[in-house]
Design a protein around this ligand. Structure first.
Ligand code: FAD
Length: 426
């Protein structure tokens, strides 16, 4: 009989927390996992009831993330509403450089996919219902105290406070993580002095499953194919980078003028911008925690690192980190170590570090190279984009980054059949 109430507490049941819980249920079913989620998520909302909404927020999933979701047995369902990205077109407004990536050049069905966050959440919940994972909704993790061999976690609901002990606490409470600060983790923020405006848009021409990354003198923008999974429609998900002043100005415009402004910035590759949906916006910054582990605690997902969304890498990077952590937990159970043992958590940190450093650098360098114009950089980026198109090696490198195939990817081993060796996909 364990001395703890549960083996692992995951603070936050967003995309990162829920995926970690599912991966653990698949890889180490003997573990007792409790997810504590502040939001009152209803277990009755199931994929069967899903109605896509025009204004849904979505995430670009790299090809590598599809492979992970396949291993988790989630992909078949998820793909019902995941729009494939078959081409990526990178261009620079007012300059001649451009590069194109095509899935068929990589002998793949797609370079990546776009899926609504709500849809992914429902698919994860559906799978979790068939596991032993305990889900405590409408409950917040408010504090943690180290105890011998584990942690004592303080929880709060609308009408009571209680505590729960575990071998380890994983903090997955998002980019504005209050818990991370409360537990004293050092976060480095670098502001880009820009904001991301997010909205779904309709264009007069079909996207033909193409994603567009366009670099303008005001900063980068991305349009990702959105809507039906098997029919090339006219809806795209927009990420538009704007300075504070421009953001204010654009938000104050009526929709028709927003579309006109967008047209000026993006051009006519998708025909006329006919509609723009509900707009939301976020200040852009790179937030990283250099030491995301300590005895009994690990940070994952946006709580550990938040990247610029234009490169669409944040969740994909998080997913690879989660699989690395799962592999270390599986080995710890096999070797009779505590999940919160610093050796176990440090191994996860070491194995994931190179991936997050390289991915953060990749996102950051795109923004620096293609951000607001500086003449020498503008010349370099023309050469860079053209070069990328002409030099197969460079293009392949970029494609692998965009497809999320860099870094280390642990394989979920079914109990008793696994070899224990994490796979490297570098
Ligand atoms: C504008 C934008 C666009 C993006 N686009 C992409 C993309 O195209 N591709 C990509 O890979 N990534 C993208 N990302 C990143 C991606 O959205 C995140 O990496 C992903 O959502 C990770 O989520 P998370 O689970 O770490 O955090 P969240 O989704 O923020 O989830 C945190 C959860 O924790 C809960 N919570 C908070 N505090 C507590 C507490 N104290 N106790 C219990 N529960 C708590 C919250 O209710 C929430 O459910 C984008 C991000 C932004 C901002």
């Amino acid at each position: 009989m364990s001395q703890f109430d549960t083996d692992l507490i995951i603070a936050g049941g967003g995309l990162a927390g829920a995926t970690l819980a599912l991966a653990l249920a698949r890889a180490v079913p003997s573990l007792r996992v409790t997810v504590v989620e502040a939001f009152p998520l209803s277990a009755e909302a199931l994929p069967e009831d899903y109605q896509p909404s025009y204004d849904a927020r979505s995430t670009a999933l790299a090809w590598g993330s599809r492979l992970i979701f396949e291993e988790l047995g989630l992909w078949r369902r998820l793909s019902e509403h995941a729009t494939p990205i078959r081409h990526i077109h990178v261009s620079d407004r007012g300059r001649f450089g451009a590069t194109r990536l095509n899935a068929d050049e990589h002998q793949q069905d797609a370079l990546g996919y776009v899926a609504d966050n709500r849809w992914m959440g429902l698919c994860l919940m559906r799978e979790l219902l068939d596991t032993e994972v305990q889900w405590q909704a409408h409950t917040e993790v408010v504090d943690m105290t180290p105890i011998a061999g584990g942690v004592d976690v303080a929880l709060k609901t609308a009408d009571d406070s209680h505590r729960m002990t575990a071998q380890c606490l994983v903090v997955a409470d998002g980019g504005r993580s209050g818990l991370r600060e409360r537990l004293g983790f050092q976060v480095r923020h670098r502001s880009y002095g820009q904001n991301a405006l997010i909205a779904n848009v309709s264009t007069s021409e079909s996207h033909q499953f193409s994603a567009f990354e366009r670099f303008t003198d005001a900063g980068p923008m991305a349009l990702l194919p959105h809507g039906a999974a098997n029919r090339a429609g006219q809806q795209s998900a927009l990420v538009w980078t704007l300075t504070d002043e421009m953001l204010e100005e654009v938000l104050a415009l009526p929709d028709a003028d927003k579309c006109r402004r967008l047209q000026e910035r993006f051009g006519w590759r998708l025909g006329r911008f006919a509609r723009i949906g509900e707009c939301s916006h976020y200040p852009l910054k790179l937030s990283t925690v250099d030491e995301p582990v300590r005895p009994g605690v690990a940070l994952v997902g946006n709580a550990a690192h938040a990247l610029h969304p234009v490169a669409g890498q944040g969740f994909n990077l998080a997913l690879r980190g989660l699989m690395t952590l799962v592999e270390q937990f599986r080995l710890a159970v096999e070797q009779g170590q505590s999940l919160g043992d610093l050796q176990v958590l440090s191994r996860y940190q070491q194995l994931h570090r190179q991936d997050w450093q390289q991915t953060a650098q990749f996102s950051d360098s795109l923004i620096r190279l293609f951000g607001p114009s500086l003449t020498p950089l503008a010349v370099a980026r023309d050469a860079g984009l053209v070069g990328l198109d002409l030099v197969p090696g460079a293009k392949r490198w970029f494609a692998r980054k965009a497809m999320g195939l860099g870094g280390r990817r642990a394989v979920i081993h079914k109990p008793k059949t696994g070899t224990g060796e994490p796979a490297s996909h570098d």
